[in-house]
Design a protein around this ligand. Structure first.
Ligand code: FES
Ligand code: FES
Length: 229
């Protein structure tokens, strides 16, 4: 029994991986840290200390609503939207400002939320895909969203929230964009499903006003394609 116990203790104290037999170092074979890096550490308790109750407190305007937050030092805006505000429309893709899945507007500028510090956005107006629908319930889709549906511009849909925000920004800055301008304006947003031609068609249709809302006497609204809501 004793030798077995000793063996167990030796195993527990041993490194997780044997050293490389070539260079005799174990550093490059240690397990990688978790890759969900956008979920950064929660605020240390000292930030919520009764002696400094306002330390770390900040306000944002998110989709026309004022919210008060305690972001952790270094917390990224995407993590704040997901974990504190439960706005999960913007997606985590590359986490490196490359794919555009996390795109939001910060004071009207296209922004990769995965690499933007929350504390750098204090007082800013943030627009996420949840802010596009024109009613509080989010059921009344914006013209751009209806165009994406009508033109089948989403397959898996993972990139779509970021694409919609980028398209919104494009149409705000170029109300009648050429195809080249659309390609340029949307170039920061990747789609693994390759829906680019349909995204371009949906943006062109929106620019033509095909999905513009029209008020009717009955108090309902229709879009210019004729469907009532
Ligand atoms: S997740 Fe932010 S750019 Fe890819
Ligand atoms: S629709 Fe699947 S990644 Fe764009």
């Amino acid at each position: 029994m004793a030798p077995q116990n000793l063996n167990l203790g030796t195993r527990l104290l041993a490194p997780l991986h044997d050293p490389c037999q070539t260079c005799r170092t174990s550093s490059h074979v240690l397990p990688r840290p978790p890759t969900s890096s956008h979920v950064l550490p929660r605020p240390p308790t000292s930030r919520l200390s009764p002696f400094f109750p306002y330390l770390g407190r900040m306000q944002l305007r998110v989709n026309d609503r004022t919210v008060e937050l305690h972001p952790a030092p270094g917390e990224r805006l995407l993590a704040t939207l997901h974990d504190q505000l439960h706005l999960t429309g913007a997606k985590f893709g590359c986490g490196q400002g490359e794919c555009g899945a996390c795109t939001v507007l910060v004071d009207g500028r296209l922004t990769y939320a995965c690499i933007t510090l929350t504390e750098a956005c204090e007082g800013a107006q943030i627009t996420t895909v949840e802010g596009l629908a024109s009613d509080q319930s989010g059921e009344k889709l914006a013209p751009l969203q209806r165009a994406f549906v009508a033109y089948d511009a989403a397959q898996c849909g993972y990139c779509t929230p970021g694409q919609l925000i980028a398209a919104l920004h494009l149409l705000d800055t170029h109300p009648n964009p050429s195809e080249a301008e659309i390609r340029e304006g949307m170039s920061g947003n990747l789609c693994r499903c390759g829906t680019y031609p349909k995204i371009i068609a949906a943006i062109q249709a929106t620019a033509r006003g095909e999905f513009r809302e029209l008020a009717t006497d009955a108090g309902t609204t229709t879009d210019s394609s004729g469907s009532a809501s």
